[in-house]
Ligand binder design. Structure first.
Ligand SMILES: [Zn+2]
Length: 468
C-alpha cells in the first residue's frame, strides 16, 4: 500500500458512521446520524483565511530529494502509517476539545485540556507560559535550533455559544471545530507519531497551542512567544514557525496580511440643536475625518502593494434635535507590506486631526471638541520569498510528495509575527474538508484528514533535521 497516497480512500462512509456511533459517546450528545446517513455539508465553504492564491513557484530539486529521502526511512514510513491509523480516534479528541468553549481571553480550560493531551502524547515537558500559551517540548539531538509547530486555542465565539458537536452523516458541526480545534489535533498527532516511532530531530521542537489569535486577541499569544508584545520575553528563541491554521493541506501561506484597527471617538459638550446651536458637533468632525481619509487613502491604495481600508462601524448621538456629545467609528486597514500600512496609518491620523480642526474652526461657542484614537488591532505584515526560503520550499516539496499541487497565498495568522521579524514561518492546512469558519454552522468532514498530519510531520522533520 502506498502509505502516503492522497488518493487512497480514508475509510468508507459506513465505517465512519459506525465509528461515530460507537466511539464518541462521551462527548457528542444530541442527534446521532442514522447508520448510512449521507454526508451533506453545506455547499458554501467560507474562506478560512484571506487567501490571494498564487501558483507556487518551482521547488528546487534539493528539497524534492530531501523530502523523498526523508519519507523513505523505515521509521518515517511507519509514523506516516500511524498518523493515518489514529485519525478515527482523533475525532473523539477533536470533539472533546471543541466542546470546551475558548473565547478570546478565556482559553484557560481548553489550554489545560490541550496540555494534558501533549503530556499523554509524550512530550519531554509541558508548561503554560505567562500569557496562557501551552508549550510541549521534544528535545532535539543537537538542540542548537528550535522549530515550533502551532495551532491556536481560541475561537471567535462568545462564552454563551452552544459548542456542542452535532454529527449529521459523516459531517461534524460545531463553532470552532475546524478553526482551529482541528489544528490543535494535527499538532498533537504529529508529536504522538514522533514519540510512538521514536523519530528524533536535530533541532528542539515546540508543540504549541496559542491564545489570542482571533479578532481582538490580536495575536497576543504569538506576540508573547516572540517578545514583540512589550509584555514579556521569556527567553524563548524560535528559529522556524509552522502554524497549522488553514483549510486545504495543499495551501501554504507565505504572506502575512498586516492590519491596523482603530476606534476613534470625537467628544464635545453636546446640547440642544436650536438652543445651543454653534457648539462644535462631533458628527461633523467624524464626517470630515472620513472624507479627508477616503480621499487620501484612495490615492495611496491605487497602486503599489495590495492595501485596503474600511470604515466598518460609526455611531453616537442622542436624538435628531440634540447636538451629539460623542461620535465614533471603527476602522480597519490592511496591507501585505508594512511600509504601505504605516503610510496609510499616517494618512488616517492626519485625516482625524483635520476633521477635528475643521469642526473646531466652525465652532461659534463652547468648548472645543477632543478626539481619542484607540488602536484596537495591530498585526504585522510581511512576505517570505517562496523561492529563497527553505521552509517554504520544503512545504511545497512535502505537498508535492504527498501528491498535491501546492498553492501559496496570504493570510492573517500567527505566522504574521515571525514573518514580520524575518523568521521563517508558514501556515499550513489542517486538512479534511470544511467550511463556515467563524460561523455558528461551521463544519468539518474528515476526508483524507491524515494528509494534513503527514504533511505537518514531514515538514517538521525536514525543517528540524531528521536525526534518526
Ligand atoms: Zn484560525
Amino acid at each position: 500500500m502506498d502509505l502516503v497516497s492522497p488518493r487512497s480512500a480514508y475509510f468508507s462512509a459506513g465505517l465512519l458512521a459506525f465509528f461515530l456511533l460507537a466511539g464518541c459517546g462521551d462527548s457528542a450528545p444530541g442527534d446521532r446520524p442514522a447508520s448510512g446517513t449521507p454526508a451533506s455539508p453545506p455547499a458554501s465553504g467560507a474562506a478560512v483565511m484571506d487567501q490571494d492564491e498564487l501558483p507556487a513557484p518551482e521547488v528546487a530539486s534539493i528539497y524534492v530529494e530531501e523530502v523523498g529521502t526523508l519519507a523513505g526511512h523505515a521509521p518515517v514510513v511507519e509514523a506516516l502509517a500511524y498518523l493515518e491509523s489514529i485519525e478515527p480516534r482523533s475525532l473523539q479528541d477533536l470533539i472533546r476539545l471543541t466542546e470546551i468553549p475558548a473565547p478570546p481571553f478565556m482559553e484557560e480550560e481548553r489550554a489545560a485540556a490541550f496540555a494534558e493531551m501533549l503530556r499523554e502524547a509524550g512530550a519531554d515537558s509541558v508548561w503554560i507560559d505567562g500569557i496562557g500559551n501551552v508549550l510541549g517540548l521534544r528535545r532535539g539531538t543537537v538542540g542548537d535550533r528550535t522549530v515550533a509547530v502551532d495551532a491556536h486555542l481560541d475561537t471567535v465565539f462568545p462564552i454563551e455559544t452552544d459548542v456542542t458537536v452535532q454529527i449529521r452523516g459523516d459531517t461534524l458541526f460545531a463553532p470552532g471545530i475546524g478553526d482551529d480545534t482541528r489544528g490543535l489535533i494535527v499538532v498533537r498527532n504529529v508529536l504522538e507519531a514522533m514519540v510512538a516511532h521514536d523519530l528524533r530531530t536535530e533541532a528542539d521542537l515546540l508543540f504549541i497551542g496559542t491564545v489570542g489569535e482571533e479578532g481582538l486577541g490580536d495575536l497576543r499569544g504569538v506576540k508573547y512567544l516572540f517578545g514583540t508584545d512589550g509584555v514579556s520575553e521569556e527567553g524563548l528563541r524560535i528559529d522556524a514557525f509552522i502554524a497549522v491554521d488553514g483549510g486545504d493541506e495543499t495551501r501554504i501561506v507565505n504572506q502575512g496580511v498586516g492590519s491596523h484597527r482603530y476606534r476613534v471617538t470625537f467628544q464635545g459638550p453636546g446640547g440642544h440643536s436650536w438652543g445651543a446651536f454653534g457648539l462644535a458637533n462631533p458628527h461633523n468632525a467624524l464626517a470630515a475625518a472620513i472624507t479627508h481619509f477616503v480621499a487620501s487613502a484612495d490615492a495611496h491604495t491605487a497602486d503599489g502593494p495590495r492595501t485596503s481600508y474600511n470604515i466598518g462601524r460609526i455611531g453616537g448621538g442622542t436624538s435628531v434635535n440634540s447636538i451629539p456629545f460623542e461620535s465614533w467609528m471603527e476602522v480597519d486597514m490592511r496591507s501585505l507590506d508594512n511600509t504601505s500600512l504605516q503610510a496609510l496609518d499616517a494618512l488616517f491620523q492626519q485625516a482625524v486631526q483635520r476633521g477635528l480642526d475643521d469642526e473646531n474652526a466652525l465652532r461659534r461657542r463652547g468648548a472645543a471638541l477632543t478626539v481619542d484614537v484607540d488602536m484596537v488591532g495591530d498585526r504585522p505584515a510581511g512576505t517570505l520569498d517562496p523561492s529563497a526560503t527553505p521552509l517554504i520550499q520544503r512545504a511545497m516539496a512535502v505537498i508535492g510528495h504527498l501528491g498535491g499541487e501546492p498553492a501559496i497565498g496570504s493570510g492573517s495568522t500567527n505566522a504574521n509575527t515571525p514573518i514580520s521579524l524575518g523568521i521563517p514561518a508558514v501556515t499550513i492546512g489542517r486538512g479534511g474538508d470544511g467550511g463556515g469558519a467563524h460561523a455558528l454552522d461551521e463544519w468539518w468532514l474528515p476526508v483524507n484528514p491524515h494528509l494534513a498530519t503527514q504533511n505537518a510531520l514531514l515538514l517538521t522533520l525536514a525543517e528540524a533535521g531528521f536525526g534518526g
